[in-house]
Design a binder for this molecule. Structure first.
Ligand SMILES: Nc1ncnc2c1ncn2[C@@H]1O[C@H](COP(=O)(O)OP(=O)(O)OP(=O)(O)O)[C@@H](O)[C@H]1O
Length: 378
């Protein structure tokens, strides 16, 4: 096993296209690090640079203490799992799993032993004599995992390994990958655009946008204290609601005020923001931070009036889509209850659940949070 370190790494493609810029990241020995972000943000480029499938335009990449910028992929002691499985169709499952070891001239008895070990870890024993076309998508991906495991590499690299599986299988294979990591403890870098996968798998999650790292922290920390509006909107399902408004001060209290509502901010925010009033601000409220009351009376400072538009039942919970006076739309995730579409309701909000962000500007396009990653006001 080994750590992986990226120091000021950049990738510039022909035509001055920046794939990744100013990338600093240290992945500890045994850590499960997830790179997540929208299409084109630079996740695959980062992973491919670690794998050696892409050259590095600037910076230093280390695996353990060794600088590997110019080391051939074969000599990096990594194993990569791709979304399309990349199995050899004419070989059996056994031969697919044994292939890399044969290439390395591993003794036959050791190959047998290692394939048997990986097959037992993944429940592949009954399938060893089959060819890939006689396997389901999930089984093929398990073989791809097995092929990576038999090599006992220092680092596993996963590039969207679950995207070709259906929803149920995706969840099952995700759990399998987590279990394998617990069991083997191998340093892992895992790329996905799926925020749920990122939250459930990562010891730490690195959120990327436009080739840059926006925030890298344990999943719950990112969820509780997103560094900016981009991160806040990207993680969480449904996405955080954003309301444009102004900071105002009244009766020694600081308020978030918009044409839809006046919301009292919590004590700490109030004290800190007292000098900052009468300026535009964005309030972010997660869908699960609301309580819906079927009443048209609104408690000043604590709630917003809204009209229910659509109700989507999800079993024990439901998503309720609402429209505010200004026409702004909001989504709430609440416990399932009867809810009438078209009805005027009141949305109750705990002041501690209101996130505050800078409005987007040329200098700050992502809308920095007014709290630090540790939750302190900044
Ligand atoms: N071979 C290439 N030549 C030129 N530009 C490239 C090349 N590969 C990637 N890019 C560009 O680099 C940026 C990052 O691409 P990358 O594939 O790393 O993103 P990604 O986050 O993995 O996206 P996706 O989730 O769609 O795979 C994008 O703007 C992309 O167009």
């Amino acid at each position: 096993m080994a750590s992986v370190t990226l120091e000021n790494v950049a990738k510039i493609y022909p035509g001055d296209v920046y794939g990744v810029r100013d990338f600093d990241l240290e992945i500890s020995d045994g850590e499960f690090l997830v790179l997540v972000g929208p299409s084109g943000c630079g996740k695959s480029t980062t992973l491919r640079m670690v794998a050696g499938l892409e050259t590095i335009s600037a910076g230093t990449l280390k695996i353990g203490d060794r600088v590997v910028n110019d080391v051939h992929p074969r000599d990096r002691d990594i194993a990569m799992v791709f979304q399309n499985y990349a199995l050899y169709p004419h070989m059996t499952v056994f031969d697919n799993m044994a292939f890399a070891l044969k290439m390395r001239k591993t003794p036959k008895s050791e190959i047998k032993e290692r394939v048997a070990w990986a097959a037992s870890l993944l429940g592949l024993e009954p399938l060893l004599a089959r060819k890939p076309k006689a396997l389901s998508g999930g089984q093929r991906q398990r073989v791809a995992l097995g092929r990576a495991i038999v090599r006992k590499p220092a680092v596993f690299l996963f590039d969207e390994p679950l995207s070709n599986l259906d929803a149920k299988l995706r969840v099952e294979t995700r759990a399998e990958i987590k279990r394998l990591h617990r069991q083997l403890g191998t340093t892992t870098i895992y790329v996905t655009h799926d925020q749920e996968e990122a939250m459930t798998l990562g010891d730490r999650v690195c959120v990327m946008c436009d080739g840059l790292q926006r925030q890298c922290a344990p999943p719950l920390e990112i969820y509780r204290n997103p560094a900016d509006r981009f991160v806040a909107g990207f993680l969480g399902m449904p996405s955080m609601n954003f309301l444009q408004g102004e900071l105002q001060q009244l009766d020694g209290q600081v308020w978030f005020a918009s044409s839809d509502a006046r919301l009292r901010l919590d004590g700490a925010s109030s004290e800190w923001l007292a000098g900052e009033v009468n300026r535009p601000i964005v309030a972010g409220i997660r869908p699960e931070s609301f309580q819906i009351h079927e009443s048209d009376s609104v408690a000043d400072g604590k709630s917003i009036a809204a009209t229910v538009q659509v109700v989507e039942p999800l079993g024990s919970q439901m998503d309720v889509y609402l429209v505010l006076k200004s026409g702004a739309r909001i989504v709430c995730r609440v416990s399932a209850a009867s809810m009438t579409e078209g009805k005027l309701v009141s949305l109750l909000i705990d002041p501690a659940e209101i996130h505050l962000f800078e409005p987007s500007s040329a200098e700050d396009p992502y809308g920095r949070s007014l709290r630090s990653a540790e939750g302190e006001l900044v």
